[in-house]
Each structure stands twice: as C-alpha cells, then as structure tokens.
Design a protein around this ligand. Structure first.
Ligand code: FE2
Ligand code: FE2
Length: 284
C-alpha cells in the first residue's frame, strides 16, 4: 500500500482585502510576519501546490492521502474552504483522505470555539473504532485494506499568546491509543499515526519548549519498531528518522506548499510494516 503524507499547506487569504476589525488582534500581529516576514509571498501559490500534490498522489496510485495539519494561515473561513477546494473530491472521502488540525487551524479562540476546522473537515475525523475516542474525535482510526491503519491524534491547542506554539497530546489520548493498539482488529497492520507537532527535530532532539510536543516520549514508547510510523508537520523542514527497535519511523513533511520547498513523502507499507518513504517534489 502507498500513502502520501503532506503538511502545513497554509492556504493564505489576501489579508489586506479584509476589514481589519474582523481580523482581531492576534492576526494584526501576524500581519508583520505576512508582509515584512515575506510569508504572504511564500504561500501565494499554496492552493496550486496542494492541487499538484493531489494530482501526483493519483498518478502514484496511492491508497490514502494524509495531511497533518496547518491548513490555513490564520484560521479564516475562506482559508479552510480554499484548502478543501484545492484538495478536490479526495477530501470528501474518509476512506481515501485523513486530515488532522494543527495550531494554525485553531489560531484564535474564536476559530476554535466555533469549530471552524470541523465545519470543513469534521467528516474526515470519523473512526472505525469509536470506542477508543478519549478527547472529542481523538484518537480516531481508519482500518485500510488488510495491512494498514491510520490513527489521528490532536496536539493542537489554542495558543495562550501568539508566539507560543507548543502542542500536547494529553494522557487521555495516550491511554486511548494504548488501548486501541491492543485491539485484535489491528493485528498484522502497519500503524501510521498522524499528529501535528514534531516528536523530534531533524537533529533527533526534542523540539524547544515553546514549539515542541508535550507527551512526545510517551507517544514514541507506545510505537516501537518498523510496524509503526509517526507522521507530523509543524517544523517546516522535511526529514525522516528510520525506525529503531524502541521507536517508530518519524516522517516530518515540512511545509508542503512553501515556495521553493514544495514536497511530500510517499510512504510504502508491505506485510504489515512501514518499509520506508521517499521525498517527492510535485510537478507544478
Ligand atoms: Fe506550519
Ligand atoms: Fe504548526
């Protein structure tokens, strides 16, 4: 079986065409990052890049498409609908597509309270084994074919202030995942766990306090060896740490649509194991 893993597509509205009052103070601060920081320019063609990755996935004949969060720039409704339309009909079908939220999907308390992510992508949080859910829809699992399962975790939290973007899984979800992994319906399957925040940096270390994943070590301990992979985003760098006896493969998809760094992982599963992955650049 084949999987595409992409992340951090950051579909970005034209913030200067919108009434400032509607943006709120958190997004006012972000305007500097968009303009002086050059972020608006780097993501101007994000929808085209995401659509190109979907076309590539179809050309590779992939069984399932995984997007590990940060769909919008700053959680505007138009950014979510832009992401949905760039994904096309693939995003209608939970058998073919898994999407989890990142910190930019809950960038403001208002976007979180109103459940904006779920309004656009809630149907992709369905679970084949809903009895293991512990925090809202999470963890959810999709049993795919005879030899794979995709699990979605929630690590994205509304930041206390802009600038803090750490994530946490929490004990309830870890307990739910531990119970799920013991279910005989997962026997013989490779397990791909999507979570937005990174359990390890590209150098193999824990990410810094203000940006990292709380609960990362406990998560890795639950997933020993090449039967398992953690698929994450958040750090805008693409890297792979192969599995060891004690921890899973770790795939960081980076930002799949950032100009000059577009790309994704093509991950192969055979005989109930994650065999490996290769990085690809979409044909734009
Ligand atoms: Fe991101
Ligand atoms: Fe992020």
């Amino acid at each position: 079986m084949r999987f595409v893993h992409c992340s951090d597509v950051h579909i970005t509205e034209d913030y200067f065409a919108l009434p400032l009052r509607r943006l709120g103070w958190r997004r006012w601060l972000a305007l500097a990052e968009l303009t002086v920081g050059g972020r608006a320019r780097r993501y101007a063609r994000a929808p085209q890049a995401l659509s190109a990755i979907v076309r590539d996935a179809q050309a590779h004949g992939v069984d399932h498409f995984i997007l590990s969060g940060d769909l919008p720039a700053y959680a505007l409704d138009g950014e979510f609908s832009g992401a949905r339309s760039a994904l096309g009909p693939l995003a209608d079908d939970p058998r073919r597509c898994t999407v989890i939220p990142g910190n930019h999907d809950v960038f403001t308390p208002g976007s979180h309270r109103s459940g904006r992510f779920a309004r656009h992508f809630g149907h992709l949080l369905d679970s084949d084994l809903p009895e293991y859910r512990r925090e809202g829809a999470f963890p959810f699992v999709r049993l795919l074919g005879q030899e794979a399962a995709v699990v979605g975790l929630l690590s994205a939290r509304v930041p206390f202030t802009p600038g803090l973007s750490y994530g946490s899984i929490g004990q309830a979800q870890l307990d739910g995942l531990a119970a799920l992994l013991k279910d005989p319906r997962l026997d013989g399957r490779a397990v791909l766990v999507a979570v937005h925040h990174a359990p390890l940096t590209h150098q193999g270390r824990a990410d810094r306090w203000s940006h990292g994943l709380r609960g990362a070590q406990a998560l890795l301990r639950l997933l020993p060896g090449p039967r398992y992979a953690v698929l994450h985003g958040h750090i805008h760098k693409r890297y792979h740490h192969p599995a060891t006896a004690d921890r899973p493969h770790i795939f960081g998809a980076g930002s799949s649509t950032e100009a000059g760094h577009e790309g994704y992982w093509l991950i192969e599963v055979a005989h109930g194991q994650v065999v490996g992955g290769s990085p690809h650049t979409p044909a734009l």
